[in-house]
Design a protein around this ligand. Structure first.
Ligand code: RIB
Ligand code: CA
Length: 319
């Protein structure tokens, strides 16, 4: 196995239970240098997702990572939050001390711009919430599209049912106009849709393996995912919970978890029942070039083993 230099990652996120697991995975992975986090609305308000980000970093001894507050609202639509999925605080039943640290001054979209433009070709963007901050950054400074090294986006459902409407996944439904801007920007995107994330279920057996280690990390994972599992059982009859976001992050350094197709993908911004729906032109009827690489095949246990091993390592280091 050749050792690659660690990747510089910018994480745009709406913690959110599975977002929290992605932050923990980033901190536990030597393949990643987490340059900073921009918080966005989605699973909870941006004030709440910013507080959650700070609290999770403090719990995991990651407070050296700068945090910036981003957009409070979608670009066009009304706000849509998801307390039924992530709880009133966004972290399920987990109770973290109020953060002692503060977000940095400046807007999250400006943080993304400054980080990408100051390190051309060096920075990997991972977007695991509604794409409002990323779209705003592209409109403010279109050159980030060419200066970002790559972008990994959690969102969409290509040949899979929606998880927010019958057709639409949460991140693209909450801000479809932002998704449209990002999808058509020319940014080098790898998309991780529900098609693959719904094959990666974190189960009670997986949790019980982690609980063999007494640590604030494992207690947090248990308390947050217990709420998330109750949601998945009640709404989707799933025995466990879909951890979309850490899987997206894992692809930045272990792409072999998935199989990919280069496809022309679009998002519906019309005002009908398909709003936020994402679809791929598999037979290229529109004769348009592919605008992204889409993960459509996955090796679930390869990802889950990686995730569990990294959480065990992190939990042992934090008592
Ligand atoms: O549809 C799943 C996505 O929406 C995940 O990123 C989850 O955290 C929510 O933001
Ligand atoms: Ca998310």
């Amino acid at each position: 196995m050749t050792w690659n230099m660690p990747k510089h990652i910018l994480l745009d996120t709406d913690p959110g239970i599975d977002d929290s697991l992605a932050i923990l995975l980033a901190l536990a992975s030597p393949e990643i240098i987490l340059d900073g986090i921009s918080a966005v609305h989605g699973n909870a308000s941006t004030n709440q997702t910013t507080r959650n980000t700070l609290a999770i970093l403090e719990m995991a001894k990651g407070s050296h990572v700068p945090v910036y507050k981003g957009c409070d609202l979608p670009l066009v639509k009304e706000s849509l939050l998801s307390p039924e999925t992530h709880g009133d605080t966004g972290l399920g039943y987990a109770k973290l001390p109020g953060p002692q640290t503060q977000p940095r001054a400046g807007h999250g979209s400006d943080f993304l711009i400054e980080s990408i433009m100051s390190q051309p070709g060096e920075v990997t963007l991972v977007a695991i919430g509604p794409l409002t901050n990323v779209a705003l950054a592209i409109r403010k400074e279109p050159r980030i599209v060419k200066n970002v090294k790559e972008a990994f986006v959690m969102g969409g459902a290509i040949q899979h049912a929606g998880n927010t409407t019958a057709l639409a996944e949460f991140n693209t439904f909450v801000d479809p106009h932002a998704a449209h801007i990002v999808f058509h920007s020319g940014m080098p995107i790898t998309l991780t849709p529900l098609d693959v994330t719904y094959q990666c279920i974190f189960t009670v057996d997986d949790l019980n393996r982690l609980l063999k280690i007494a640590s604030p990390i494992t207690k947090f994972i248990a308390d947050s995912t217990r709420f998330y599992m109750e949601f998945h059982d009640e709404y989707q009859k799933i025995d466990g919970c879909v951890i979309n976001d850490p899987m997206t992050l894992a692809l930045t350094f272990m792409p072999e978890i998935c199989d990919y197709q280069n496809l022309a993908v679009d998002v519906d911004i019309s005002t009908g029942v398909g709003l936020g729906n994402t679809f791929a032109d598999f037979y290229n009827y529109e004769k348009k070039p592919a605008n992204m690489r889409v993960a459509l095949g996955v090796r679930p246990r390869m990802f889950m083993e990686l995730f569990l091993e990294r959480m065990e390592k992190l939990a042992k280091s934090i008592s």
